[in-house]
Design a protein around this ligand. Structure first.
Ligand SMILES: Nc1nc2c(ncn2[C@@H]2O[C@H](COP(=O)(O)OP(=O)(O)O)[C@@H](O)[C@H]2O)c(=O)[nH]1
Ligand SMILES: [Mg+2]
Length: 412
């Protein structure tokens, strides 16, 4: 395989996209072959498939529905506004009357997309991923892989070649990525391996505490009288759970962990170090994991109950059937056919991390960023955070000031 990803594969996300939810381009967007990144840059030519031509609204841009739509959601979300709120400035109406449009009855509602896009470009948005699992499964390596891979290859300033030390505390690494004028602050929260102790009772507590602390921070900002216009969002939007590639049953501790956390965060199970399995072993193991999770009643993301319609369901069914993604991580580059690719060099060849024929890292990345980013944020906000918030406010007897120790004690 010569390319990192063959050019004919590149324009489409490796998983079915969900355009309405995404700050990412539609599958048909003309991506530059080397830079899908966080989505957005290449989609400028996807014009709205509107029956009525848009008279004046473009201000020099011609932005497709998909990107505009997705980004618009983000704007509403990040700023704590609803779409209706954003549209409430009245620009839409005034656009329609100007410009000498001959189209009677055009109000300009569709300009809301452009308005939202502009807002998001100004404010940017946060996206936070957490990695969790036993020690030595390649979590810290995968964090580096994400940052070094094509998500951020075009943004400068990432050079970390030193050997990854053992992770001893929960640590967030952030990197601001920009594409097509849209800024995303991608934060990956690295955690120490859990289950390393002789007594592993409650070993999920530090992680659960971290997740709740971020909800608490957000809640505090929300109930503040002098509320910030844009609350910084440190809430964990998804938690990648690393499964040991044993080919055998999941450990009880893993199941227990996922079960507990699946109520407060979007869990995405992944098979770690999948270069250690043959193709058949990998398929069998994936199936086995899915079955065991189902038997244990563990709902991972995308949760069936939150599919909004049939289209959502059929897209997500495909993804659920492809999960858990079998990943390989590396932060080293090697030349393959005159290109430098992220890979693991072995005695029998190079495992190319971003090559979909070698492992499912690219699929996972596309799923997280190009197709489900906005949905992950929405489920976090509308379901997980809302649950926390409701419990928290009930427990507190209403909107009382919240003391800083409460997060640990309330154990939500
Ligand atoms: N074979 C293989 N080894 C890996 C992979 N990812 C990381 N490693 C190696 O596993 C070791 C532990 O990696 P690290 O990222 O520190 O694991 P963590 O404890 O989960 O953070 C290092 O020697 C890595 O080079 C992988 O996908 N496949
Ligand atoms: Mg680590």
């Amino acid at each position: 395989m010569s390319d990192v990803v063959p050019p004919e594969v590149r324009p489409k996300p490796a998983v079915p996209a969900k355009p309405p939810n995404v700050g990412a381009p539609s599958p048909s967007s003309p991506f530059p072959p080397q830079g899908p990144g966080i989505g957005g840059g290449g989609s400028v030519s996807g014009l709205p498939p509107s029956a009525i031509p848009v008279p004046i609204v473009n201000h020099g841009h011609s932005v497709g529905h998909n990107i505009g739509h997705g980004v618009g959601h983000v704007a509403g979300h990040v700023g704590g506004h609803t779409a209706a709120h954003n549209g409430g400035h009245g620009h839409g109406g005034s656009h329609s009357s100007g410009g000498g449009s001959t189209l009677l009855g055009y109000i300009g509602i569709d300009t809301i997309i452009e308005q939202m896009r502009k807002k998001t470009m100004k404010t940017g948005f946060d996206f936070n991923i957490m990695v969790v699992g036993h020690s030595g499964l390649g979590k810290s390596t995968l964090v580096n892989t994400l940052f070094k891979s094509q998500v951020s290859r075009r943004s400068a300033g990432w050079a970390r070649d030193e050997k990854i030390p053992k992770t001893v505390e929960i640590k967030a690494v952030s990197h601001v990525l920009e594409e097509g004028g849209v800024k995303m602050k991608l934060t990956v929260v690295d955690t120490p391996g859990f289950g390393d102790q002789i007594n592993n009772d409650n070993c999920w507590e530090p992680i659960s505490k971290y997740i709740n602390e971020q909800y608490e921070k957000f809640l505090k900002e929300e109930v503040n009288i002098t509320r910030k216009k844009r609350i910084p969002d440190t809430r964990v939007h998804c938690c990648l759970f690393f499964i040991t590639p044993t080919g055998r049953s999941l450990r009880p501790l893993d199941l227990e962990f996922m079960k507990r956390l699946s109520h407060s965060v979007n869990i995405i199970p992944v098979i770690a170090k999948s270069d250690s399995m043959t193709i058949e072993e990998r398929q069998e193991f994936k199936q086995r994991v899915r079955k065991e999770l189902e038997m244990a009643g563990i709902e991972f993301y995308p949760q069936k109950e939150f599919d909004e319609d049939m289209e959502d369901k059929s897209d997500n069914d495909k993804i659920r059937e492809a999960m858990p993604f079998a990943v390989v991580g590396s932060d080293k580059e090697y030349p393959v056919n005159n290109k430098r690719v992220l890979g693991r060099k072995t005695a029998w060849g190079i495992v190319e991390v971003e090559n979909p024929n070698h492992c499912e890292f690219a699929q996972l990345r596309d799923f997280l960023i190009r197709s489900h980013l906005q949905d992950l944020k929405e489920v976090t906000h509308n379901i997980h955070y809302e649950t926390y918030r409701a419990k928290r406010l009930n427990a507190n007897g209403g909107l009382h000031p919240i003391s800083s120790n409460d997060t640990q004690e309330s154990n939500l």
